[in-house]
Design a binder for this molecule. Structure first.
Ligand code: HEC
Length: 131
């Protein structure tokens, strides 16, 4: 009988122990890694076409949807197949981050990231990545 009482007391302690660990938060307090570079602004492909034309992208790039036939840079109809909006955004604001194979660096202007607004960039990316 005495033994049973001991066991009961021990289990009681264990159960009590479980509750004493404090509150466990389901969310990590720190974000590890990077957040996407594409701005949260939603792009409008039709507005992006206007930006593409106004910025003269078509003088260097072929892109059917814009009626552009430039050949200084990659043909964007082929080059951007399967590319993510993040990649396209980065290619425009920071062209030397990844230089397209077979093309020289420093030919594509490095200034679009500062010249264009987040909205214009989002529009361009939406236009270039629309299916
Ligand atoms: C003076 C010529 C020139 C102009 C103007 C130009 N580009 Fe480029 N672009 C290039 C060249 C050359 C490359 C390939 C080298 C590189 O990746 O930087 C390139 C690369 C790119 C790429 C990456 C393609 C790939 O295969 O990875 C994208 C996307 C792009 N340009 C979009 C644009 C857009 C959008 C504009 C207008 C806002 C623009 N470019 C204006 C010359 C130009």
């Amino acid at each position: 009988m005495r033994r049973l009482a001991l066991i009961l007391a021990a289990t009681g302690l264990l159960v009590a122990g479980c509750g004493s660990e404090g509150t466990v938060s389901p969310l990590p307090s720190k974000v590890i890694g990077t957040t996407p570079t594409t701005p949260a602004v939603k792009g409008d492909p039709a507005a992006g076409k206007a930006v593409f034309t106004a910025q003269g992208c078509g003088s260097c790039h072929t892109f059917k949807a814009a009626g552009a036939t430039g050949t200084v840079g990659p043909n964007l109809d082929d080059a951007l197949k399967g590319k993510t909006p993040d990649f396209v955004h980065e290619s425009i604001v920071n062209p030397n981050a990844v230089v397209a194979k077979g093309f020289p660096p420093n030919v594509m202007p490095q200034t679009y990231g500062s010249q264009l607004s987040d909205k214009q960039l989002a529009d361009l990316v939406a236009f270039l990545t629309q299916k």
